[in-house]
Write a protein that binds this ligand. Structure first.
Ligand SMILES: Cc1ncc(C[n+]2csc(CCOP(=O)(O)OP(=O)(O)O)c2C)c(N)n1
Ligand SMILES: [Mg+2]
Length: 327
């Protein structure tokens, strides 16, 4: 470890130098050669000949690969005594314990926490199931509670961040892998947005299982507003009974309003030979806590709470405490 810091430092300095050069080349290629060359002491503006650009690019690529080689051998040396791995495993075990405690089926408060929904599905799903998750809070629950094993797959719109993806991904996954169990974790906002495609499951006979986290809100955006110190506005969803709607369309629908029915409902859905929609009425006030809470976030959340009280929404704060603290 001792020799790591100077090595890292020199590698980083070299990396920065390489990046600076890369920027010059990109600027040159981008037609900014004029500006670059105008500042050179040895000659006026002249476009770089192609061979020079090629040589420069080659040199940069060589330097870059040297840089990565050095950095990766330094990191390997740092990890070889096992202390890094051990620290990471301890951190994970600690986080896992806290997360699992939030995913209990809540017999006392009678609330359906989305964490518990995801955990139950994970327990009952096939070992090689394909899961899809909507952008919104379903991403957080699936990332935290689906157990992966090298054979399961999770498909989402993670970098793109486009809402309403889960059912559509599930349609594609099921069409591509007809023998595998495909489970969509849909938000009520996301599902409603692309609801027309629901009938595709029937038309193409795709046995996708939709677990609909029906929290009555565009939850993730509601949370963002609160974390920014704003009163949540325009997020409410006036939902139908989605299970009844599925039934009307000729697709099996199961509605879950109490925690004690969750396990049996998921089991029934996964065993059913055909598409199913499980409409789970889950907690609206569930907070997706980031791994580390910053002072700014806490301060803004305090401002939101103050505004909520002034706006006559104290009941919402009581719900928030019940859902997130009294467990
Ligand atoms: C096409 C599109 N529109 C809007 C957004 C912004 N957005 C991200 S998450 C979200 C709310 C998702 O609501 P829902 O599907 O009900 O999931 P929840 O967060 O409530 O679990 C919105 C509006 C987006 N990412 N993509
Ligand atoms: Mg929602």
């Amino acid at each position: 470890m001792k020799s790591l810091s100077p090595l890292l430092f020199s590698s980083v300095v070299r990396g920065l130098a390489v990046c600076a050069l890369a920027a010059i080349v990109i600027a040159t290629l981008d037609g900014a050669a004029h500006n670059v060359m105008a500042q050179a002491p040895f000659g006026g503006p002249r476009p770089l000949p192609e061979q020079e650009i090629g040589g420069l690019v080659g040199w940069i690529l060589t330097k870059q690969s040297e840089f990565y080689r050095e950095i990766s051998s330094a990191l390997r040396a740092a990890k070889s005594d096992g202390s890094y791995l051990q620290r990471a495993q301890e951190d994970y075990a600690h986080a896992r314990k806290e997360l699992d405690a939030l995913a209990e089926l809540d017999g006392d408060t009678r609330l359906i926490h989305p964490q518990a929904v995801t955990r139950v599905v994970s327990e009952l799903a096939a070992e090689d199931a394909i899961f899809t998750c909507d952008v919104g809070t379903p991403i957080a629950w699936t990332a935290r509670y689906l157990k992966v094993n090298g054979r399961r797959r999770i498909v989402g719109s993670f970098n793109h961040g486009s809402m309403a993806n889960a059912m559509l991904h599930a349609i594609g996954a099921q069409a591509a892998f007809p023998q595998r169990q495909v489970i969509s974790f849909s938000g009520d906002g996301g599902f409603s947005m692309m609801m027309g495609e629901f009938i595709t499951l029937l038309q193409l006979k795709l046995p996708v299982k939709i677990i609909l986290l029906n929290n009555g809100t565009l939850g993730f955006v509601e949370l963002e507003m609160k974390a920014g110190g704003f009163l949540d506005t325009g997020c409410d969803l006036t939902n139908p009974n989605f299970a009844a709607m599925a039934q009307a369309a000729g697709i099996k629908g199961i509605r879950v309003e109490k925690p004690e029915y969750l396990y049996a409902a998921v089991q029934e859905a996964l065993e059913y030979d055909g598409p199913v929609l499980v409409d789970v009425v889950s907690e609206r006030q569930e907070l997706v806590m980031p791994p580390v809470t910053t002072f700014d976030q806490a301060q803004h959340f305090g401002v939101f709470m103050l505004k909520a009280v002034l706006d006559g929404r104290a009941a919402q704060l009581i719900d928030l405490a019940k859902v997130n603290l009294l467990r």
